[in-house]
Design a protein around this ligand. Structure first.
Ligand code: SF4
Length: 301
């Protein structure tokens, strides 16, 4: 079987920065309990890797970030790469917690763009995913930021301002966003557009788009990772016949590999390189030693 590793794929600069910040906090505060508010990146094995260092991830879909913060009385709190509502960051500081902010610089840039335009009297049509931590953090900035998740939301929206900025969550699909922006411009022809898909997301999606005509694509990543899901969607739109989304090499055993002669392997920006390498090594060798997940290797960069 010919195995092609799609380039670029895997960890982006924002994820590497976030992991390094937590590793540094472990070294800097050996006597403090370290908490991560939400999943540092959307991959449960990264959470498991940090648990080996006694780092606690506070993540509960039924609780707000503020409610999770209320559970911390002492120690270090890490805010994830997806960004954080400034009011919650201030609350953590007011509680006397040591704050480590791992917000990605591309997320900060997008939040600043929104703030700048709000200050200039704009409303913001923000294209993003509902309940995603990045969109939640941006929406918390001001009620004049309106979440648009799909074309239907465009039809239902009613932004009563002559000045409208259209922008977006950094990990959206390069294909889908075009359609939503077009629809917004039909409804709000004078709106200003600043498309903000980050370069890591764009180049990973573009690399999958260029696989058009391929028979088989394996996407390695967590089912809750937006950028991983988008890679599979882009693959479908590029008419790749068979697309398998898997979390780790063990899941390869439920795929019939015998009829596959050529396969491309990609992974989301939140997928540890170690997990992707296990998949590639198993596909190349069928050696069962690659059918495992060693948490001690998960945080290797
Ligand atoms: S996907 Fe983009 S915005 Fe998100 S952490 Fe990575 S580089 Fe930053």
């Amino acid at each position: 079987m010919e195995v092609i590793k799609v380039i670029p794929s895997g960890y982006c600069k924002g994820v590497i920065n976030a992991i390094n910040k937590v590793k540094k906090a472990i070294k800097d505060y050996p006597d403090k309990q370290i908490y991560i508010l939400g999943m540092l990146v959307h991959n449960k094995y990264v959470v498991g890797g940090f648990e080996l260092f006694n780092v606690i991830t506070l993540a509960d879909k039924n609780k707000t970030k503020e409610q999770l913060l209320d559970e911390i009385d002492d120690g270090v709190v890490v805010f994830t790469a997806h960004g954080i509502d400034p009011k919650i960051k201030q609350k953590a500081l007011d509680k006397g917690l040591i704050v480590v902010d791992a917000t990605c610089c591309d997320v900060t840039k997008n939040a600043n763009l929104c703030i700048q335009h709000l200050n200039e009297g704009y409303d913001v049509a923000y294209i993003g995913k509902k309940n995603h931590p990045e969109s939640e953090a941006v929406l918390a900035l001001d009620e004049r930021i309106h979440l648009i998740t799909n074309i239907q939301d465009v039809q239902n929206s009613n932004i009563l301002n002559d000045k409208i900025l259209i922008t977006n969550q950094t990990t959206m699909s390069i294909n889908d966003i075009e359609q939503i922006i077009k629809a917004l411009l039909v409804k709000y022809p004078l709106a200003k557009v600043v498309e903000e898909i980050c370069s890591a997301t764009r180049t990973r999606q573009q690399a999958v788009k260029e696989l058009e005509g391929f028979d088989t694509l394996i996407v390695v990543g967590d089912p809750n990772s937006n950028n991983t899901t988008q890679l599979a969607n882009i693959g479908k739109q590029a008419k790749i016949k068979n697309i398998y989304k898997i979390e780790n090499s063990l899941e390869l055993t439920s795929i019939n590999l015998d009829n596959i002669s050529k396969v491309a392997v990609t992974s989301g920006a939140s997928t540890p390189g170690y997990l992707t390498q296990q998949v590639i090594d198993y596909l190349k060798t069928r050696d069962e030693k690659y059918l495992n997940v060693d948490l001690e290797k998960i945080l290797d960069l």
